[in-house]
Design a protein around this ligand. Structure first.
Ligand code: ATP
Ligand code: MG
Length: 567
């Protein structure tokens, strides 16, 4: 590509409203332009990278045996009503009517549409298994679109959906997709982790996310420092301690704590560590009543775990202060498990405490020296808290460290959640009608472009891995207008490389060297060839890798350049 004809618009200024590096650089390097909140135009140079990511994804999905199709973006409401998600999706789903007053949604995802296809076209087990994928535009009316294309409202996703006669075949295809994803992320040249993810309220099904590690990532990951365990903090398991609870050593005692309501206040006032205190949260129960959740003072409730507990209402709702007052006859700051008037569940760590401090269920008072089983009933226990850095890894290998990650992909064994609701069945070998098992597998194509930059940039701009650079190499001729020799050499190298199928940019815009190099660095081209009269006199080109400190001289031949590109 000749840059004189490429409509490249770069700027030096960092756009004020771009918070993260990738967003700043994509704007500065002319990859994207904002149309509205969460809406972006991909300019020609940006689209080249996007298409290279798509190509890698397509090649690996094809290789894994998935079949590409293309479904509409606009979905009739009836499909979403059948699955029950017309209500569940809430404001994230963009809805509209056609001229006949029929309801439609702009697809945020395609489980419903693919289920409709399979239930129409599939009759027999002989047609299975099948895995369909598409690379297509989605719209989600995100509450907080931000970070440019990282969390936009319109974005491109590769979504795949597989259908199986039984759960073991689904598990096989899940592994197949997991390997395909591993190859994709390896080829992208990024540092990533596969982490266990929350499988929502769907049940025991397996789900993992592919995270690109980056300080700007919105997700927190709990990763073992020595073992293989890695999970999204939402899903990270906190096991009960293996050692037995210490025996009760102190007598229970009422302590006056006027105005000391928070754990921090009480801990300071009574001079006890936060982790020696039990706090009680009150939430709505699944039966409409109230339920108490006991946590250690230094721990936080994990809502994702809480809503899966059969006694706790989904979605999680904190009890109103009036309701708590009525049930406990005291204010929220003084609650505790002794004489607790509502059902109580204790997190494993809270249940492991002895001689602990807690609210006395009496205004301005706390208790110390409290023991489960003696001063209050032995509680029902569950894993309800957020994992903490330093916790033992649940697989017994090492301890947990936190990392930030950007979710680039998500694979999921859905089981029969959608196929049951949408009646997706075939006849099995014995002529019985069976509801199919389903898997789904997503990759955020547009998000990946930004995520790669978050890991690969310097003060001068983007540094693309070769695999997805918009151009492999850029030729920067110095004084092309004045020197016939430079022009001839640049043109002939450009022609040769193009003919060899190498994606090459020729900066023929007539810019001064400094401006040319600044642009080449900003847009992130991995390899740069400078052609000038001085070098040509020695029959040399100057070569520099985008990551290298210094340029080097190489023989002025196409073969020498090609060798560098391969290195
Ligand atoms: P997130 O938790 O980041 O909102 P999600 O769990 O809603 O993601 P999925 O429904 O699993 O995402 O979608 C599959 C992939 O699509 C994600 O792994 C992500 O890469 C991408 N994706 C999801 N939402 C967006 C968005 N708003 N902008 C860009 N890419 C997105
Ligand atoms: Mg989302």
């Amino acid at each position: 590509m000749r840059l004189s004809k490429f409509s490249l618009h770069t700027t030096k200024e960092t756009p004020a409203d771009a918070e993260v590096v990738s967003h700043q650089l994509m704007l500065r390097a002319g990859y994207i332009r904002k149309l509205g909140a969460g809406l972006y135009t991909w300019l020609p140079i940006g689209l080249r990278t996007l298409q290279r990511i798509e190509t890698i994804v397509r090649e690996e999905l094809d290789r894994a045996g998935a079949l590409e199709l293309l479904m509409p973006s606009v979905h009739p409401a009836e499909l979403w009503q059948q699955s029950g998600r017309w209500q569940v999706m809430g404001d994230e789903m963009l809805r509209f009517k056609d001229r006949h007053d029929n309801d439609f949604a702009y697809g945020p995802t395609h489980e419903e549409v693919i289920c409709h296809h399979v239930r129409q076209d599939f009759r027999s087990y002989r047609q299975l298994p099948v895995n369909f994928y598409q690379i297509q535009t989605k719209f989600r009316d995100e509450r907080r679109p931000r970070f440019g294309v990282m969390r936009s409202r319109e974005f491109i996703m590769k979504d795949a959906y597989s259908f199986h006669l039984d759960a073991s075949d689904l598990a096989r295809e899940y592994e197949n997709m997991r390997s395909a994803y591993t190859r994709i992320f390896d080829r992208l040249g990024v540092d990533y982790r596969i982490v266990q993810a929350d499988s929502g309220n769907i049940g025991g099904s397996r789900s993992e996310e592919f995270h690109i590690l980056a300080g700007s990532g919105e997700d927190l990951l709990a990763v073992s420092d020595t073992g293989p365990y890695a999970a999204n903090v939402e899903a990270a398991v906190c096991l009960p301690s293996s050692s037995a609870r210490p025996a009760a050593g102190a007598a229970m005692e009422l302590v006056s704590t006027p105005g000391q309501k928070t754990c921090e206040q009480v801990s300071k006032f009574m001079n006890v560590a936060l982790d020696a205190k039990v706090k009680l949260l009150v939430v709505k129960g699944a039966d409409g009543g109230l339920v108490g959740i006991a946590l250690r003072g230094d721990h936080q409730l994990n809502e994702v775990k809480a809503i899966k507990h059969p006694l706790i209402a989904d979605p999680l709702q904190l009890a109103a202060p009036e309701d708590v007052q009525q049930a406990f006859n005291c204010e929220v700051g003084y609650l505790g498990p002794v004489n607790c008037p509502i059902p109580l569940i204790a997190d494993h760590a809270a249940a492991a405490l002895a001689d602990f401090v807690c609210g006395a269920n009496q205004n301005d008072h706390h208790l110390k020296g409290v023991n489960w089983g003696r001063d209050c009933a032995e509680p029902q226990t569950a894993d309800l808290r957020m994992v903490c850095e330093g916790d033992a890894s649940p697989d017994g290998n090492g301890s947990i460290r936190f990392y930030r990650g950007i979710e680039g992909g998500h694979i999921f064994q859905l089981g029969r959640k959608y196929t049951e609701a949408m009646d997706v069945k075939v006849l099995d070998e014995s002529g019985q009608s069976v509801t199919l098992e389903m898997g789904c597998y997503g990759i955020g194509i547009t998000r990946l472009a930004a995520a790669v930059i978050e890991q690969s940039y310097d003060a001068n701009g983007i540094i693309w891995p070769d695999a997805i650079a918009p151009f492999q190499v850029i030729i920067c001729p110095i004084g092309m207008d004045k020197s016939d020799a430079v022009r001839a050499a640049a043109e002939s190298l450009y022609t040769d490389l193009s003919a060899a199928g190498i994606s090459v940019a020729l900066d023929d815009r007539g810019n001064r060297p400094g401006a040319m190099f600044a642009d080449a660095d900003l847009i992130g081209i991995p390899h740069r060839i400078v052609i000038g009269d001085k070098g040509l006199a020695q029959q040399q080109y100057e070569y520099k890798h985008r990551r290298a400190e210094k340029a080097e001289m190489i023989p002025a031949s196409t073969a020498a350049v090609v060798e560098k590109l391969g290195a």
